[in-house]
Structure formats: C-alpha cells, structure tokens
Design a binder for this molecule. Structure first.
Ligand code: 5GP
Length: 207
C-alpha cells in the first residue's frame, strides 16, 4: 500500500479547538504526522517562538518567498500574510509522513486546486451556541472581538461544503480518533496506490 504521506488540511471556526486537537493528535501519533510550520508577517504573541509556532518574517522577506515560488499557498488574513513553505511539506510526504496544514479557508482551497488529492477537514463545535460559549469561556477576548469572530464564522460556514469531511469537536478523544481514521483511510485510496495497481496488472499479465 501507499508509502507516500498524505496531505491533510485542517480549517475551522475560531474557537473550534483546532489547536488542542492538533496537539492531541501529534502527541498520540508523533511518528506518523508532521505539522507544517507556516510563515507569517504578523508579530509573535507572548510565548510564541520563531520556528516553532511560525516563521515570523518582515513583509519584504515574505514577498521574496512568493517571488521564489517557495510557498504552496499564501493568503492575507486580518491584514497579515500567512503561507505554507513548500520544501518541508514535500520532503515529509516523500519520507512517508502524513503532513497537516492548519490554515484558513482561502489557503485550503488553493492547496486543493494545486494538489487535488489533498484531504480537507473542517473542525466545528457541535452547535453555534457551543461555539459562542467557548469563545466567551476563554475569558481573554473583549465583547467586540467575540462578535467579530462570530460574524466571521457566519461567512466561513458558507465554505463548509467544499471540504471533504466535517469533524465535530465535542469529545476531544473521539475527535482525535475520527481525524486519525479519516487520514489513514486515504492511504487505501486507488489514487494513492497507482504504483501498486500498475505492479498488480503487470504481474497478472505475466502469470
Ligand atoms: P493566527 O494569527 O491566529 O495564528 O492565525 C490566523 C489564521 O491564519 C488561522 O485561521 C490559521 O489557521 C491561519 N493560518 C496559519 N497559517 C497559515 C498559512 O500558512 N496559510 C494560510 N492560508 N492560513 C494560515
């Protein structure tokens, strides 16, 4: 079966728990997955480190990456550039690791256009009420920010159907298992196993 890694994109509403989900998946299956580190022009938040959460770049340096075609995709989000460096993703996939991009919707659709085999996963809480209460529960955001995130969620919901699967993040453990199962199932897709199919045909012809 397919030895090459799968490319999976994870998007979802702010407050859906994507960060926690990624962390839990990577802790449980450290050998199997590689999480791509994006480049961005936004400033680091307290506790973030260059090369760990993001590669924090000046605008010029980011535009240089675009010019060199070194990014798989990039998008502008709330006034800053975000993009996925190409080399790491391709290297990891070649090495047989499943690569996860945690990126917003425009970027996700751009990746799917370039690499149609990409698995698009959309993470959501079980209900809009639950989304609201998670955003409030963080206790770190102002009312204006919460309203802004909720109205953004209304816009983002329009794109949900363009994803391959919905991941409802109600119980974290179940969600991690669902995500792992969906990604692993991709390894058995015919499109991921062209070499195997070719080999099988050849052997059959030689019998
Ligand atoms: P934050 O600034 O909160 O870390 O991220 C803002 C948004 O940018 C999130 O929705 C995140 O998923 C998205 N994002 C992070 N990295 C990338 C990237 O490389 N490309 C795109 N298109 N979006 C990204």
């Amino acid at each position: 079966m397919s030895q090459k890694g799968i490319l999976a994109v994870v998007s979802g509403f702010s407050g859906a728990g994507k960060g926690t989900l990624m962390k839990a998946l990577l802790e449980r299956y450290a050998q199997q997955y590689a999480l791509s580190i994006s480049a961005t022009t936004r400033k680091p938040r307290v506790g973030e480190e260059h090369g760990r959460e993001y590669f924090f770049l000046e605008k010029d340096a980011f535009e240089q990456l675009i010019a060199e075609d070194a990014l798989i995709e990039h998008a502008c989000y709330v006034g800053n550039y975000y993009g996925t460096p190409k080399s790491y993703v391709l290297e990891q996939m070649e090495a047989g690791r499943d690569v996860i991009l945690e990126i917003e919707i425009q970027g996700a659709l751009e990746v799917k256009k370039k690499f149609p085999e990409t698995l698009l996963l959309f993470v959501t809480p079980p209900s809009a009420k639950e989304l609201e209460s998670r955003l409030r529960g963080r206790g770190t955001e102002t009312e204006a920010v919460i309203r802004d995130r909720l109205s953004r969620a209304v816009e983002e919901a329009e794109f949900m159907e363009q994803y391959d699967y919905i991941l409802v993040n109600d119980d974290l453990d179940t969600c991690v298992q669902d995500m792992h199962r969906l990604i692993q199932a991709q390894h058995q897709r015919c499109s991921e196993n062209r070499d195997f199919i070719r080999q099988m045909k050849q052997e059959l012809n030689e019998l």
